[in-house]
Design a protein around this ligand. Structure first.
Ligand code: 5GP
Length: 120
């Protein structure tokens, strides 16, 4: 799937749509999810134009990947969920029901997150 430069997270990156920002650095932007599924629900997105983890893992530079992974850990620690535990999740494609076609990692925490995924 080609990257859609008008997807909602691309627009957030360009400052066209507001977000509740919690972190920004050279490689990543992190902000609160608009529809939180847990007391802590933060999205971390790379600044580069990647559709999903599939695209990012294949095409991003080592510096982008390292910077992004470090940002996810930093954001989780700063949010205070590293001590109690958190879950990171990235949807890719149809079966995962990925909604926004700009790669993002969800950080969930702040309560018992129960089972890994719903049963089929
Ligand atoms: P996906 O299903 O693509 O993994 O998750 C997309 C996430 O983006 C959802 O959890 C949804 O609530 C969140 N989201 C969608 N639109 C916006 C928005 O405009 N602002 C923010 N902060 N989150 C959004």
């Amino acid at each position: 799937m080609p990257y859609d430069p008008n997807n909602i997270f691309a627009r957030i990156l360009r400052g066209e749509i507001p977000c509740k920002k919690v972190h920004e650095d050279e490689h990543a932007l992190a902000f609160h999810d608009i529809n939180p599924q847990a007391p802590t629900h933060i999205l971390v997105i790379p600044k580069g134009a990647y559709v999903s983890h599939d695209d990012f893992s294949a095409k991003a530079s080592d510096a982008e990947i390292a910077g992004f992974v470090r940002a996810v850990g930093q954001v989780a620690r700063a949010a205070g969920v590293a001590e109690t535990g958190y879950r990171i999740l990235a949807n890719h494609g149809r079966d995962s029901h990925q909604e926004v076609p700009h790669f993002h990692i969800h950080i969930f925490g702040g309560r018992d997150l129960k089972g890994m995924i719903p049963k089929a």
